[in-house]
Design a protein around this ligand. Sequence first.
Ligand code: GDP
Length: 400
Amino acid sequence: MNINVVIVGHVDHGKSTLIGRLLYDSESIKEGRVKEIQKLAEEYKKRFEFAYFLDAFEDELREERTIDTTGVIFKSKNYYTITDVPGHKEFIKNMLTGASHADVAVLVVSCSQGIEEQTRRHAFLINMLGIKKLIVAVNKMDEVGYKKERFQEIQEKMEKLLSSFGYSHLPFIPISAMEGDNVYRKSSRMNWYTGPTLVEALDSIQVERKQKPLRFVVQGIYPASSEELILGRVESGTLRKDSELIFEPSGVKGKLRKIRVFEGEKDMAEEKDSVGVIFTGKARRGDVAGLLDTPPHPVDEFIGEAVLLIDSLREKDTLQLKLGTAKVYATIEKIKGKIDSETGGLIEKNPEKINAGEAAIIHFSTQPLVVEKFSEVPELGRFVLVRNNRNIAAGIVLEV
Ligand code: GDP
């Protein structure tokens, strides 16, 4: 199984060093490469810098185009793909483009430096991205003499912080990424710690890829010989030939007669597949199809969080809202709160308006539209607000 891991934490707390350590100890870096880098390190009479490995490794990946350069991979019980930290800008980009979804986050916090700004902000972001599995790696234990008391101090503070985002009973692991303690190998320098190493903790995580209901998003309708071809993309679940479907908000029911791809016909299509289908009823662009027992629900209101990129937004403003392939009119019914987009903290309750660069929780009313919570079906939980043909805000659906 391939598990997507995102490593987050404040700058300089040791994320790259940890990634380097994981790659090195799991022998994901080629032998020759290790020697070469060790030699270089010796030459410079430098301490072995694993962060250096990562840079070197990434260059290697870039050369081998076959591997995705956005992620590095190491293997233990599972294959792990590590993606980079979502900064605030990248986060907005993620909301717009739907970058890959992480199954697990490892939050790195330095025991000697303590909780800092990005420790908070990343905790907020991973929660917002719907990442439920979190491991806290308390790093640089070597700098605090591997002391249990120092570890416990950080653990207590972190537990307080993380419980405000709804995380509880998390694994906390004292590590030294630099020395390799409790990353791959159990440390003999912290006998007071009896829990798993970081890799053991990753290996024991149960990733629940819940069977999600079918959501097939219509991108276009094309006349093809005697019948109509509906082009679209499976955003979640499985599309099967001969199943009974309902398209919402059109409300049209019928039978899926054929699934067409470039090469011919198929019996089923899965998540991320773009296909053409022949259906017994009439669908429209912007419709979302589902099975009759788990149908998509069209809504005319929802709660979302939006970050305003330009202009300002006031209550009762009406704009266009793009979500999936749908484009509808939406009204700002209420701005429930202005929030700090870095930390997620509430800045002001019920403000009259928000300005560029600010984020807010908003109650929208819309023309009928199929939406899902961002944490469940990201492609149907992410929207853009448009005014005079300009994208002025990006947002995600929090509650339907
Ligand atoms: P990042 O910004 O979070 O990726 O942090 P880096 O991995 O670049 O590490 C920042 C600095 O902390 C570097 O000088 C590392 O050598 C050092 N560092 C990282 N992990 C450890 C550790 O476990 N112990 C000690 N003593 N230093 C570490």
